[in-house]
Ligand binder design. Structure first.
Ligand code: PLP
Length: 381
C-alpha cells in the first residue's frame, strides 16, 4: 500500500495477517496441499480434506459451534442469501413472513426484497436513535406466520451492538428461527453459540484478517435449509462446489488468531478508540454517531458541521476512510443507516466512518486527527 496513505477503513476489509498469508501459500502449488479435498481415491485428496476439516474446527471453536454446523460459503453475502432464502423456502408450509431491520447490510436487505418478489412478506423494523434494534421492536413485528427473524450482531456503519440474547429469546418464545449477520462481530464481541439463542449465523473471513472470498454459515444441528447452489452435493448438500482449500485454511487460521490474540486486540482497539474520540471531540462542530456504550471499539462514525461531504472527502485524500458502507460509496445518496437513526440528510452526507484494526498504530490516529483539523479549518474558512 502507498506508504503515505493512512488506512482507517478496516470495517470495509482488513489486511490479511502475515501469519495467515504464509500458511495459505502452502495450499496452492504442486509442492503443497493443492489437491481437491473431495478426492477420496488418493492421499493428496485426504490431506486437503484434513486441512479443510481442521479449519472447520477452528472456525467452529471461535464461535462456540460444532464443526458439523459450519457450511463454507464465498463470504457473508452468500451466507446471508443462503440463510434467508434457504430457510424461507424450506419452511414455506409453516409461514411466509420474515422480520428484519431497515439498517441491515445490503446483503440482507436486498435478499429480503428478492424474497418479497417471490411472494414472501417482510416487516422492516426501525432502529432506535443509536442504531440499536430493540427486542420490543422485534416483538411488535412478529406475526403468527413469522418463520424467520434476521438481525445483525454489530452494525457495519455505526458499530452499534445488538442484544442477541434478548432478541433471540423473544424470537424463540414465538417459535420462529433467528438469523444473525455477524460479519462485523468476530473478534470484537464474544460469540458463543453454545449459549446464544441463534439458529443461523453469517461469518466472513476478510473482516477478521483472513482472505476475501470465503466465509461460512452456521446452521444449527437439525435445521433444514434449501440450497441455492446445486451440484456435487458438497457441504452435505447445502452448498455445492469444490472447496477452496487455501481460502478455507486462511479463514481457519484467521479465526484461530482471533481467539489467540483476543485480549491483545481488544486492549489495542480500546486505546485507539479513546485516542481518536478524545481528539475528535476537541475539534469544533462534530457529532459522534457511534454510541459510547454498547458499540465496538474499532468503528467511530462522525458527522461534521459546516462542511460539504464531498469536499471533506477530497480534502482528506491521505486517509483511507469511508462515507457509509463501501458497497455504496459510489453513490451520492446519504447513508441509509444514518438517515434511519434520524441524522439529517446534509449532516449524513458530511459524516465519515473511521475504522481501526490490528495493524493501526497510534501514529495513524494522530496523523488522521491532524489531517482532519487542517481540512476542517480550510473548508470552514
Ligand atoms: C462485510 C459485510 C458483509 C459482506 O461480507 P462479504 O464476506 O464481503 O460478502 C455482510 N454483512 C456485514 C454486516 C458486513 O459488514
Amino acid at each position: 500500500m502507498n506508504a503515505s496513505l493512512i488506512y482507517l477503513d478496516n470495517a470495509a476489509t482488513t489486511p490479511v495477517d502475515p501469519r495467515v498469508a504464509r500458511l495459505m501459500a502452502d495450499y496452492l502449488t504442486e509442492d503443497g496441499t493443492f489437491a481437491n479435498p473431495a478426492s477420496r481415491s488418493h492421499m493428496a485428496g485426504w490431506l486437503a480434506e484434513q486441512a479443510v476439516e481442521g479449519a472447520r474446527r477452528q472456525v467452529a471453536d471461535t464461535v462456540g459451534a460444532d464443526p458439523r454446523e459450519i457450511v463454507w460459503t464465498s463470504g457473508a453475502t452468500e451466507a446471508d442469501n443462503l440463510a434467508l432464502i434457504g430457510y424461507m423456502r424450506a419452511h414455506r408450509d409453516r409461514g411466509h413472513h420474515l422480520v428484519t431491520s431497515t439498517i441491515e447490510h445490503k446483503a440482507v436487505i436486498d435478499t429480503a426484497i428478492a424474497l418479497e418478489a417471490e411472494g414472501f412478506e417482510v416487516s422492516w423494523v426501525k432502529p432506535d436513535s443509536q442504531g440499536r434494534i430493540t427486542p420490543d421492536a422485534i416483538k411488535s413485528a412478529l406475526r403468527s406466520d413469522t418463520t424467520l427473524v434476521s438481525v445483525m450482531a454489530v452494525n457495519n456503519e455505526l458499530g452499534t451492538e445488538n442484544d442477541l440474547q434478548a432478541i433471540g429469546r423473544v424470537v424463540h418464545t414465538h417459535g420462529a428461527a433467528f438469523h444473525v449477520d455477524a460479519a462485523q462481530a468476530v473478534g470484537k464481541i464474544p460469540l458463543d453459540l453454545q449459549h446464544l439463542p441463534v439458529d443461523l449465523m453469517s461469518l466472513s473471513a476478510h473482516k477478521a484478517y483472513g482472505p476475501k472470498g470465503v466465509g461460512a454459515l452456521f446452521v444449527r444441528r437439525g435445521l433444514q435449509i434449501a440450497p441455492l447452489i446445486h451440484g456435487g452435493g458438497h457441504e452435505r448438500g447445502m452448498r455445492s462446489g469444490t472447496l477452496p482449500t487455501h481460502q478455507i485454511v486462511g479463514m481457519g487460521e484467521a479465526f484461530r488468531l482471533v481467539l489467540e490474540d483476543h485480549a491483545k486486540d481488544k486492549d489495542r482497539l480500546h486505546i485507539l478508540n479513546s485516542r481518536f474520540r478524545d481528539g475528535v471531540v476537541a475539534l469544533e462542530g462534530v457529532h459522534i454517531h457511534s454510541p459510547l456504550m454498547g458499540s465496538v471499539p474499532n468503528i467511530v462514525n462522525v458527522g461534521f458541521d459546516g462542511v460539504e461531504g464531498e469536499s471533506l472527502i477530497m480534502a482528506l485524500r491521505k486517509l483511507a476512510i469511508s462515507t457509509g458502507s463501501a458497497c455504496n460509496s459510489a453513490s451520492v445518496d446519504p447513508s441509509y443507516v444514518l438517515t434511519e437513526i434520524g441524522v439529517p440528510r446534509e449532516e449524513a452526507l458530511a459524516s465519515i466512518r473511521f475504522s481501526f484494526g490490528r495493524f493501526t498504530r497510534d501514529d495513524d490516529i494522530d496523523l488522521a486527527l491532524a489531517e482532519l483539523k487542517h481540512a476542517l479549518t480550510t473548508l470552514r474558512a
